[in-house]
Ligand binder design. Structure first.
Ligand SMILES: [Zn+2]
Length: 225
């Protein structure tokens, strides 16, 4: 049995969440995936969320398009913790529980064979690292811009709770586009009203819980090292 202990993360961890969300967002753009109007958000407790379109687990189709969509999702999802660790190498795992959980489900849908699974996981991870390094100036610019935002009152997200905080910092989709357009990236926003993009890609949000939250705190999941 585990105990849910409420840790207060250190300030560097809280700041590193901005790099985590910026990592997702910039790599999404680099992979040609559309953003959502709701942009990127962090709270003051080590939680954050980035809104963009990605492949959700649950659709068993496995055409080349489905595989490409899942791989793009996995690479951009993994980019969160990769960027966070680049900024804060000693930051604990645990905050990327939902990210890693989702990636494992997507890999399972493609690779029932364990060797294939691990090979694909490693390949996607290496691509996340490559893209985070390649686009680090853009990730830094977005993360710093988000951290420089004033605190605003946080309202609950109808799609799901990602924070218990009463305040947040956030940038809407158009601000994200303005920041990233200075880095030879071509971000786009796809409106929710346009419906599904490909087979199953769905407007969704990835909550990135801080390690101080109750639940899977400090659970070492499937580390790559
Ligand atoms: Zn994340």
């Amino acid at each position: 049995m585990t105990e849910a202990v409420q840790y207060r993360p250190d300030q560097k961890y809280i700041d590193s969440c901005s790099y985590h969300e910026a990592g997702h967002t910039v790599v999404v753009v680099a992979l040609g995936m559309p953003l959502r109007n709701r942009g990127v958000h962090i709270d003051t407790m080590g939680n954050g969320i980035s809104y963009y379109w990605f492949r959700l687990p649950g659709d068993p189709n496995n055409t080349p398009d489905d595989i490409a969509e899942r791989e793009r999702t996995i690479i951009s999802t993994e980019a969160g913790i990769v960027a966070q660790k680049k900024f804060y190498p000693d930051c604990p795992y645990g905050g990327n529980f939902y990210d890693r959980d989702q990636n494992i489900k997507l890999l399972d849908e493609m690779y029932p064979n364990r060797n294939d699974f691990f090979e694909a996981q490693q390949k996607c991870y290496e691509e996340s690292v490559r893209l985070v390094n390649l686009h680090w100036p853009a990730i830094e610019a977005l993360a710093r811009a988000l951290l420089a935002e004033p605190l605003a009152i946080r309202t609950n997200d109808a799609e799901g709770q990602w924070s218990n905080d009463t305040v947040e910092r956030w940038l809407d989709g158009n601000r994200v586009i303005a920041i990233l357009s200075e880095f030879q990236l071509q971000p786009s926003i796809r409106n929710e009203s346009l419906g599904k993009l490909l087979n199953a890609i769905t407007p969704q949000s990835i909550p990135c819980l801080g390690f101080g939250e109750a639940g899977p705190a400090f659970t070492p999941l499937h580390h790559y090292n």
